[in-house]
Design a protein around this ligand. Structure first.
Ligand code: FEO
Length: 178
């Protein structure tokens, strides 16, 4: 049975995924402005991935006979303003890590709810998100660690940008396997 409680939980999650997508879009735009060619590609890819997480939820809700219509919180701008001239790359990736931890915690709550509601279909569906969150938390923490190692060295950031472009961009990786 696809309960109202489960539907409401999944709809809230789809809004969070949309917000994540916009957050990464803002970060991508900011890094592009700053000339980080590799990091911006990585973040644009990540924004698309978050949008796919949202789509997956919409399609699942519809498949179960629910309705994925949601009201969005008032958003006056597509790009968040918090990534201003004064932000740093370290702050940006700290924010990314915090965001991923927040999403993981919400996914855990949804898994708990699916068990309470005895909705084993949803429980099974959410396993994909758990795997995804393990990967995303690990990746954002690893990037943050690298930034901490670099410290203030400009050449370090240049090499880091190249490393991200060569090893972590979805588009780049796909091209390499063609
Ligand atoms: Fe879809 Fe990064 O959480």
């Amino acid at each position: 049975m696809f309960s109202e409680k489960i539907q409401t939980g999944l709809k809230k999650q789809l809004i969070r995924e949309l917000e994540s997508s916009q957050l990464y879009l803002s970060m991508a735009s900011w890094t592009e402005e700053k000339g980080f060619d590799g990091i911006c590609e990585f973040l644009y890819d990540h924004s698309n991935e978050e949008r796919n997480h949202m789509l997956k939820l919409i399609r699942y809700i519809n498949k179960r006979g629910g309705s994925a219509v949601v009201s969005l919180p008032n958003q006056s701008s597509i790009l968040f303003k918090e990534f201003s001239l004064h932000s740093t790359l370290k702050e940006l990736f700290q924010k990314s890590f915090e965001q991923e931890k927040k999403i993981s915690s919400e996914i855990n709550k949804l898994v708990e709810l699916s068990l309470q509601e005895k909705d084993y279909f949803t429980h099974n569906f959410l396993q994909w998100y758990i795997e995804e969150q393990i990967e995303e938390e690990t990746l954002s923490k690893m990037i943050l660690n690298k930034i901490e190692l670099i410290g203030e060295e400009k050449i370090g950031f240049y090499l880091f940008d190249r490393d991200i472009k060569e090893n972590y961009c979805y588009v780049t990786k796909k091209k390499k396997t063609r």
